[in-house]
Write a protein that binds this ligand. Structure first.
Ligand code: GLA
Length: 416
């Protein structure tokens, strides 16, 4: 009789099993406990601050499906994708009406959201969308009140990867309508509304980055991570002017301890390349967002981006500070007149040092003396100037001149 190889093996296995079964009890090999089979850890969503682009700061109410496609194309063509920009986020004004079953439809500017998501995904990018907990968004389009689960499922069915959820009309619809003159109850209702959408996203079956936009009300950094928030706005809306950038930087001082992998303070989207910000201001804005471990969501007109703006947005050394895997947000070490000195601890013991001239031209002509002692350093500290790409050595009390609104950003690999 011919026995096939597998059958023969099976017979052998059976024979050895029987042999073990018949052996005296004392000779039984002690069964080894199975090595614990670990389920593969779920990757952390937004393990580093999300990077991408958002339509609001430039296109505002006018954004269309075509603008989103063009922007996705440009993210690839300009090297932004290679530099780490992934999310292409549609902000307000895509929403249409709900039908009789409560399903929200897009308006005529966005004829087919699923097709748009497929297009963006085909470029190796991800698509973000926008809504809010009230009846209406800030631009008075339909929002998600009482449709949270339905909307989260709709987003998942389209292939959405990111949701910005903006408080807006929830303030009037629920907070002041239901709890007039009771701020504590209003805030509780707000947190519950964000929790509701957080749960809806988590049960949607798709990993969707959850971005809270409620302007820093009621210290979201204290409760947003627990309800699944990956980032939360810390302030009101950014504007493309220096005063707004500086005000936001100041409002984020003190929040470092709340940021970390999967949960970030959001000082709002980038205005780099917008408005009247000059080159120094654009550099400083971008560098400070990197120090703040902020989401880097460009907000400019990508098809018409000037080369010097592209160079800022794709500076890999500065981006590496923002995306440092330790996820430790930088802090303001000290202020001396119009100069602010910030540091950020990086992986492998490196340190980023930012010296920002928030004020006038005085320090352009009369040097400021950098105190390394105030940074806990002795010097000399060998590093790299991340804007010029040149090596620099920082020494205690060294003279530094800086044009108004400009920044010196240095990475010191091995601080002493
Ligand atoms: C609010 C937000 C902005 C933007 C607009 C859209 O003002 O803070 O970032 O999303 O709404 O209407």
């Amino acid at each position: 009789m011919r026995i096939s190889a597998p059958l023969a093996l099976a017979a052998l296995a059976l024979a050895s099993l029987t042999a073990v079964a018949q052996a005296p009890a004392a000779a039984k090999p002690t069964p080894k406990p199975h090595a614990a089979v670990k389920a593969p850890a779920k990757p952390i969503l937004a393990a580093t601050p999300p990077m991408g682009w958002n339509s609001w700061n430039y296109f505002n109410h006018n954004v269309t499906d075509q603008d989103i496609r063009n922007s996705a194309d440009q993210i690839v063509a300009t090297g932004m994708k290679d530099a780490g920009y992934v999310y292409v986020n549609i902000d307000d004004t895509w929403e249409g009406d709900r039908d009789a079953s409560g399903v929200l439809h897009t308006n005529s500017k966005f004829p087919d959201m699923k097709a748009l998501a497929d297009y963006v995904h085909s470029k190796g990018l991800k698509l973000g969308i926008y809504s809010g907990p009230g009846t209406h968004t800030c631009a008075h389009f339909a929002a998600s009140l009482d449709h949270e689960v339905q909307d989260a499922q709709l987003y998942a069915s389209w292939g959405i990867d990111y949701l910005k959820y903006d408080l807006c009309s929830f303030r009037q619809d629920v907070m002041s309508a239901q709890f007039p003159n009771d701020e504590a109850a209003q805030m509780k209702a707000m947190v519950a509304a964000y929790d509701k959408m957080g749960k809806a996203l988590q049960s949607s079956g798709r990993p969707i980055v959850y971005s809270l936009c409620q302007y820093g009300w009621d210290a979201p950094w204290e409760w947003a991570p627990a309800i699944g928030g990956n980032l939360w706005r810390t302030t009101g809306d950014v504007q493309a002017n220096w005063g707004s950038i500086v005000a936001i930087i100041n409002q984020n001082a003190g929040l470092a301890k709340y940021a970390g992998p999967g949960h970030w303070n959001d000082p709002d989207m980038l205005e780099v390349g917008n408005g009247k910000l000059n080159l120094a201001e654009n550099r400083s804005h971008f560098a400070m967002w990197a120090i703040l471990a902020a989401p880097l969501l460009a907000g400019n007109d990508l098809p018409n981006m000037k080369p010097e703006i592209q160079a800022i947005l794709t500076n890999k050394d500065v981006i590496a500070i923002d995306q440092d895997k330790l996820g430790k947000q930088g802090t303001r070490a000290y202020v001396d007149g119009e100069i602010e000195v910030w540091t950020r601890h990086l992986s492998s013991g490196a340190l980023a040092i930012a010296v920002l001239n928030v004020g006038s031209d005085r320090v352009a002509t009369h040097p400021f003396h950098l105190s390394l002692a105030k940074l806990g350093l002795k010097g000399p500290e060998a590093g790299k100037d991340l804007w010029t790409g040149k090596d620099v050595t920082l020494t205690d009390n060294m003279d530094l001149t800086l044009p108004s609104h400009d920044i010196l950003l240095v990475k010191v690999p091995s601080p002493k």
